[in-house]
Design a protein around this ligand. Structure first.
Ligand SMILES: [Zn+2]
Ligand SMILES: [Zn+2]
Ligand SMILES: [Zn+2]
Ligand SMILES: [Zn+2]
Length: 93
């Protein structure tokens, strides 16, 4: 069985992603999460459970609807938002 993500190399698939069911090699599997690299990119980086709906305009990481807020046309993740708030507080002092 070959890894379904490797295109050029032919690596042996040792694991199965619990989200999409792809069979993948060491390199394309995240053991702690039991998912493949492709699903990793589509999941929200904060909760790791919901699919990302957008990319944070500040840090560029994928976030879901619950862990980000919309500001006009862009989305900002909770962590960047928190950081912004802290910076604002610091500026006020
Ligand atoms: Zn692979
Ligand atoms: Zn997957
Ligand atoms: Zn999330
Ligand atoms: Zn962010």
């Amino acid at each position: 069985m070959r890894c379904e993500i490797c295109i050029l190399e032919e690596k042996e698939a040792k694991y199965r992603c619990k989200i999409c069911g792809r069979k993948v090699c060491d390199e394309h599997y995240i053991k702690g999460l039991e998912i493949c690299k492709i699903c990793d990119m589509t999941l929200c980086y904060i909760c790791r459970r919901r699919f990302a709906v957008a990319v944070c305009a500040i840090c560029g990481r994928p976030v879901c609807e619950k862990d980000s807020i919309r500001r006009g046309l862009i989305r900002i993740c909770d962590l960047c938002l928190q950081q912004q708030r802290e910076e604002q507080l610091r500026d006020q002092q």
